[in-house]
Design a protein around this ligand. Structure first.
Ligand code: ATP
Ligand code: MG
Length: 326
């Protein structure tokens, strides 16, 4: 196998054929995959706007950030585009545990011919930078300031990284690509949903060439996604059931927007609910286990009412509501 750093995109593929989008655009791809290429998820449904933004990232080297509420498919969207292009891809989650040294690298003790020696071990950023790799910074808005400082350097125009302790400058490989996902647009935890989200300064956000958003989808599309994930509900009866489930999810999103709820159901929660239904065979029980028990106790009665409205049957929590009202 050839060394990854020697690989180049070596074919052009049709966006229409591969992604089903009505365009004559062709994008570079690799004929052969390697171990860092994500696996194709055949059930994944592409959102054309987001897909085109991501393809501009891959074909034109634009830095693309995908922003949106949790569980809307941001991380998997980037991976699934990479999978179709056979583009190697690594994801780094910038949650509070990642440090500057994890990204850049550090001195480590290693064994060389039976002797202990101290050697610099490259972190994930210089490693990716020197290869045709799509580096995804997940939870970009949760990055600590020391980590963001490192990232800021590769966001400069030439994208070079200086390894200070090493006296070495690393230049980006022509196939290196940079992506990020975030729940907020760098304004911090305004909604109260995203604890740990940092405020990002505008110079930081400015360096991203394209910001695509992936929030909730039209109901038929969300239903199709859930059906694709849980094929047991792919028939007409299943569709009706999932329609009601997505309706409940929409009520929680509206309730959240109106300030009645402090949490909401993401598409990921709806998928989990459908999966749990395969196990428990009862929408109410599966709903309780997948969502209701995650809610603040004071809000469970409201959620139970949403369920009742969409399923025309009671959830046990409805009795509490009746008691409160009485
Ligand atoms: N369009 C879609 N087609 C098929 N499955 C999807 C789609 N969108 C999301 N999913 C599924 O929903 C789940 C959540 O997706 P993902 O983890 O990519 O969301 P996210 O937006 O990155 O979430 P977070 O903000 O929490 O990181 C995954 O299991 C994914 O496979
Ligand atoms: Mg994600």
């Amino acid at each position: 196998m050839t060394e990854l750093s020697a690989a180049r995109p070596d074919r052009m593929i049709s966006v229409r054929e591969v992604f089903g989008i009505d365009t004559d655009l062709r994008v570079p791809a690799f004929a052969e995959g390697e171990e860092h290429v994500p696996e194709i998820d055949h059930a994944y449904r592409f959102n054309p706007d987001v897909t085109l933004a991501l393809l501009a990232g891959f074909s034109r080297g634009r830095r693309v950030m995908v922003q949106g509420l949790h569980g809307t498919g941001k991380s998997s969207h980037i991976e699934q585009v990479a999978a179709r292009l056979n583009w190697p891809c690594v994801r780094v989650n910038l949650d509070g545990h990642v440090s500057r040294l994890d990204l850049v690298g550090k001195d480590a003790v290693v064994l060389r011919e039976g002797k202990q020696v101290t050697e610099f071990q490259e972190g994930i950023v210089p490693w990716a930078l020197q290869r045709p790799v799509a580096l995804i910074f997940d939870e970009y808005d949760a990055g600590r300031p020391d980590v963001m400082f490192v990232i800021q350097r590769i966001l400069e125009r030439d994208g070079k990284l200086t390894l200070m302790d090493q006296n070495r400058v690393v230049s980006p490989h022509p196939g290196f690509r940079l992506f990020a996902t975030a729940n907020t647009v760098g304004l911090g935890n305004l909604s109260g949903l995203y604890h740990g989200a940092q405020r990002l300064n505008h110079a930081q956000i400015d360096r991203w060439n394209i910001v695509a958003t992936l929030n909730y989808l039209p109901r038929p599309e969300e239903i199709a996604i859930v059906q694709a994930r849980v094929p047991q509900f792919a028939d007409a009866a299943g569709r009706k059931l999932i329609d009601s489930m997505v309706a409940v999810a929409e009520l929680t999103r509206n309730g959240f927007a109106a300030g009645d709820l402090s949490t909401l159901m993401s598409p990921r929660t709806v998928i989990t609910w459908a999966e749990n239904m395969e196990i428990f065979r009862d929408p109410a029980l599966a709903f309780r286990l997948s969502f209701v028990n995650k809610c603040d106790e004071a809000e469970r009665a409201i959620v139970a009412e949403y369920f009742q409205r969409c399923f025309d049957r009671e959830l046990d929590e409805s009795h509490q509501l009746a008691m409160q009202a009485g």
